[in-house]
Design a protein around this ligand. Structure first.
Ligand SMILES: C[S@@+](CC[C@H](N)C(=O)[O-])C[C@H]1O[C@@H](n2cnc3c(N)ncnc32)[C@H](O)[C@@H]1O
Length: 242
C-alpha cells in the first residue's frame, strides 16, 4: 500500500480496531507495512536485521520472508508467545539495553514501539546504534506521551493524569492495567527526542515523520507543540555515521 495514503492509514486503523479479536492479522499487516518502510531506505534481502523488543516476532518473520537474516531479541518470554503459538526460530530472550551482539553486527536495527517502555531512552538508543554497522540503518518508532494513544490501554484519559486514567481503566474493565507509568511506560516527547538524536555525532537523521499519517507526515513533526499531540507515533530513520 502506498505510504503515505489515506487508504493505507485507514487499513492500519481498521486492523488496529480489530486487534483484540485478530491480533495476528493486525500484526502481520503492521509488519508488512514496516518492512515496506524499511525498504524505502535499504533493501532487506541478504541483510542482517536485528529486531529489538520485537514481541511475538511478526516483524522478524516478515523480514525473513523478504530474504533478510532476521534476529529477534525480546526480554519478556510472555511477549514472545502473546499473538501467536510459536515465536520465530532462534528468538533470544535479551534486554535491549545490553544486547548480546558485537559492535556493528546489524545492517539494519529495527525497534518498533519500545522506546516509551524504557526508563532511559537515550542509553537504550545508544545500544541500538552500537550494534549497527557504520553506514547501517536504524528504524526507531514510539508512541509519544501526548499522543491521543500515549496512555496506551488507558488512553485518552492520560490527559487528565496517568494515575487517574489507570484506575478508571481498572474500574471499567475489572482487569489490572498492563501499563503503569514509571514502571513499564514512560513519558517520551517528540521535540526532546528530536533534539537528542540531532545532537548526536554517531548518527544522521535521515527522516523524522509521523509513522501512520496519511499526508504530510514529515511536516507535522516540525511544528513545536502541535507535534506532541498530532504525531501519534514518531518514526525516526537514522543512519550510523561511518
Ligand atoms: C508495545 S510492545 C511492542 C512490540 C513490537 N515491537 C511491536 O511493535 O509490535 C513493547 C515491547 O517492548 C519490550 N521491551 C520493554 N522493555 C524492553 C527492553 N529493556 N529491551 C527490549 N525490549 C523491551 C516489551 O517486552 C514489549 O515486547
Amino acid at each position: 500500500m502506498k505510504d503515505p495514503s489515506l487508504r493505507r492509514s485507514l487499513a492500519l486503523f481498521r486492523g488496529f480496531l480489530r486487534e483484540p479479536s485478530d491480533p495476528r492479522g493486525f500484526y502481520e499487516l503492521l509488519a508488512r507495512d514496516a518492512a515496506d518502510q524499511v525498504e524505502r531506505y535499504e533493501p532487506l534481502a541478504g541483510r542482517v536485521v536485528v529486531d529489538v523488543g520485537g514481541g511475538g516476532g511478526h516483524f522478524t518473520e516478515e523480514f525473513r520472508r523478504r530474504g533478510a537474516q532476521g534476529f529477534l531479541f525480546e526480554p519478556e518470554p510472555r511477549e514472545l508467545t502473546a499473538a501467536r503459538r510459536r515465536p520465530p526460530e532462534g528468538a533470544v530472550v535479551a534486554d535491549g539495553y545490553l544486547l548480546p551482539l558485537a559492535d556493528g553486527t546489524a545492517d539494519i536495527c529495527f525497534c518498533s514501539n519500545v522506546l516509551e517502555h524504557v526508563a532511559d531512552p537515550r542509553t537504550f538508543l545508544s545500544e541500538l546504534i552500537r550494534v549497527t554497522r557504520p553506514g547501517g540503518l536504524i528504524y526507531v518508532s514510539f508512541t509519544n506521551w501526548l499522543s491521543p494513544w500515549g496512555g496506551h490501554e488507558w488512553a485518552p484519559w492520560h490527559y487528565l493524569g496517568a494515575e487517574r486514567a489507570r484506575r478508571r481503566y481498572e474500574r471499567r474493565t475489572g482487569r489490572p492495567a498492563k501499563h503503569v507509568l514509571g514502571e513499564n511506560l514512560f513519558p517520551v516527547h517528540v521535540g526532546a527526542t528530536l533534539r537528542q538524536v540531532r545532537a548526536r555525532d554517531d548518527v544522521t537523521v535521515v527522516s523524522a515523520r509521523a509513522r501512520y499519517w496519511p499526508f504530510l507526515p514529515g511536516l507535522v513533526t516540525r511544528v513545536p507543540l502541535l507535534r506532541e499531540f498530532a504525531t501519534w507515533n514518531l518514526l525516526l530513520i537514522l543512519r550510523r555515521c561511518p
